[in-house]
Ligand binder design. Sequence first.
Ligand code: HEM
Length: 228
Amino acid sequence: MVQEPTTAYKNITAIQIVSTVSNLNSLLLFITASSAPTKYSKARKSMSILREVTLKKHQAVESLPFVQYLLKGNITQEHYVIYLAEMLAIYQALEQLATEIGLLDNLPELPRAEKMQHDLDELAPAYETDLSPSTYRYLDYISELAKSDRADQLFAHIYVRHLGDMYGGKIIARMSPGEGRWYQFDNRSDLVKRFNAQLSTDLAEEALVAFDFFGDIFKDLSQKTDIS
Ligand code: HEM
């Protein structure tokens, strides 16, 4: 049973997409999964102050079947669209909540939702999906967090998604159909520097919570797409 959304993100949970998803698999660039560890280890020099404490959780989500499917280069356009729509709902809510309390003031190029909407419009101009139960739970959670006296902890969630997009996102972009504006960052290295300057070890526990939520969301995505 899908839980009803209770808060301000109501307007984004029904992403209406009507047309058939055409097969653009030919646009995928295939690389072997075995090339990932090399890229991964090369990128490690720029790790953040939260990297070590979140490393185990990162490895845990990274090894989930749906995340591996994203990485393997054979994701169908239909399944990528399901993932993109689910993440779009999350990014719209998270970025709006973070913006409202000024967390993104120094990171104006960071928000991804408009770019993701562009990607979705490119791949499936009118699409309809029910968000998965864990996504609703996550949206409720961040909405409550934003109302609490710990609202600044929302930046831990931005860390898990957006810094992840700036690093591993480059690999996923090569594996995914479409233009992939989601993963295109202007002035990336400067943005990463400013991003890291805004991180503090006080965000560590909340980052672990965020990783757990995304683990659940990826598990629901496996079910939704029948990937095991
Ligand atoms: C198989 C898929 C993935 C690959 C290949 C991948 C790869 C990478 C790479 C190369 C880095 C930079 C290297 C480092 O700091 O150690 C990184 C960092 C990061 N990734 Fe991933 N990632 C994947 C999935 C994910 C997922 C699903 C999430 C979040 C739900 C995520 C969140 C992060 C975060 C937050 C960082 C920043 C680490 C830091 O410096 O603090 N990654 N990832």
